[in-house]
Design a protein around this ligand. Structure first.
Ligand code: HEM
Length: 149
């Protein structure tokens, strides 16, 4: 009886203890927040003809709110025990006419940021795959130019 109780406890306790979330592997919520902020700075300060076009005339508070939501989104998606209360990816980006070329540049910025933060290659793959899983919800055309016609 005591033995089976111990097995039962082990079965339920082990996965929780052994769980190594992507959040933890990346160094926790604060580390993720720093990476996301650096990545978004690259996006915002990009050429006006490229990704910078989205932030040409945005108010400061709107940009700060967006940044916080994206931090929350990534923390939540990586298992940081964070609640994301923003819109879903389709609704948030519908009508922005984001193309395959925009997406490619976004992934380049993401990789450059992960390099800067010295995130190991195998973890980078996990992050890029996770972000990549949102592509079909965000990209509106497969054009090889910035924006969709
Ligand atoms: C492909 C390049 C992308 C561009 C140019 C872009 C641009 C934007 C812009 C301009 C907003 C503000 C929308 C508004 O205030 O109405 C926004 C919101 C947001 N984006 Fe993106 N985005 C991109 C990709 C992504 C990706 C890959 C993710 C997640 C992994 C993401 C997550 C979000 C979130 C969480 C919000 C806030 C949603 C809300 O306001 O409720 N975006 N994005």
């Amino acid at each position: 009886m005591r033995f089976s109780l111990m097995i039962l406890l082990a079965v339920f306790a082990l996965p929780a203890n052994a769980e190594e979330t992507l959040c933890k592997k990346l160094g926790g919520g604060d580390a993720i927040s720093s990476v996301v902020k650096s990545f978004l700075t690259k996006m915002r300060t990009d050429d006006a003809g490229k990704l910078g076009r989205f932030w040409l005339h945005r108010g400061d508070d709107g940009v700060a709110r967006e940044e916080q939501l994206i931090v929350d989104f990534v923390q939540s998606a990586t298992g940081c025990d964070r609640l994301y209360v923003g819109r879903d990816m389709v609704v948030a980006h519908r009508g922005m006419k984001l193309s395959a070329k925009d997406w490619g540049r976004t992934v380049d910025f993401l990789r450059a940021t992960l390099d800067e933060f010295k995130v190991p290659a195998e973890l980078q793959t996990e992050v890029v795959d996770l972000v990549g899983s949102t592509r079909s919800q965000i990209v509106e055309c497969e054009d090889d130019r910035y924006g969709c016609r």
